[in-house]
Design a protein around this ligand. Sequence first.
Ligand code: G6P
Length: 372
Amino acid sequence: AAAEKGGYDSFMEKEINDQPQAVGDTLLGRSDVDGRLTLDELRVSPEELRNVNKIMVLACGTSAYAGQVAKYAIEHWCRLPVEVELSHEFRYRDPIVDSNTLVVAISQSGETMDTLMAVRYAKEQGAKILAICNTNGSTIPREADAVLYTHAGPEIAVASTKAFLAQITAAYLLGLYLAQIRGNKFQGEIKDILADLAKVPGKIQQVLDNSGQIRELAQLMKDTGSVLFLGRHVGFPVAMEGALKLKELAYIHAEGFAAGELKHGPIALIEEGQPVFVVVPSPRGRDSLHAKVVSNIQEIRARGAKTIVIAEEGDDAVKAYAEHIFYVPETPTLLAPLLTTVPLQIFACELATAKGFDVDQPRNLAKSVTVE
Ligand code: G6P
């Protein structure tokens, strides 16, 4: 078993450290030197994909957060509406899907019962089903019209890590492919984004190589009773995922919020010493989102929060308000989740380990939930 864990103490640690490879393998062989996507394996004709007028992403747990991240990118690149819904909610609300809807079912295992039932239901309504899945030949891809496999390798730890980054990567490839075949204006940009994606594995490796400081913080915080996570734009689902990891592994009450929602409720939770992780958008991004999130950090800091900031290298503006700051390498805004998620995974894994918990098999949870 020690050999299977590749020298790490747990599968989870191994899988966190496998992430440069997982993302690299998911990208492998899916574009040509001219920067054109080649997703021939999809088994849906370009004609069918051109007729799609709405995308509905269905998933549960961490896979649903991958879908939420992908929504920002696919809407931006394809100008197609993307809805993301938990499979078990979708199935029971009389949803509107038809033959022009592309349902994207995201599942690491391909066996999650709720997602399978949602897929069957959508199929009955005439929707085209595309699965993003990590497990070859599993049920959801077998029942789907098309499949895009994440090539993250087997994920053993119950809490998903490398499959999550691979799902985001695969969903991005799908978004770029749709943009390509639908003839959207920005063909030149696709090549640039692919070039940036190709650099992501190396940047994840840098985050892993610099994880000493986050590990120390996790050790220090092992008796913490509650942690909040704030994020905005693609950082919002990252914050949700950071909170989920801490709940799953360390059994700590943790909640993620959209940073813009702070004054509509969550700020009432801030008292002296409350730890809050803030995922800060790149200062190079558009729309002054960076300034807005920095002002959120000031607001909570003024009320006594212990601010733990994940920011882009070179972002000096956050320094004054951050009790702890973890830098990730520069990358375009839409790709940032592939980097900013990693310190949050490490934090949860390290903290749970410090508490003496089994990070590979957290209590009450199953790797794949095959009952409704
Ligand atoms: C369980 C696992 C999670 C996973 C979710 C969805 O809750 O513990 O890690 O995200 O199922 O699983 P799937 O295989 O459909 O991605």
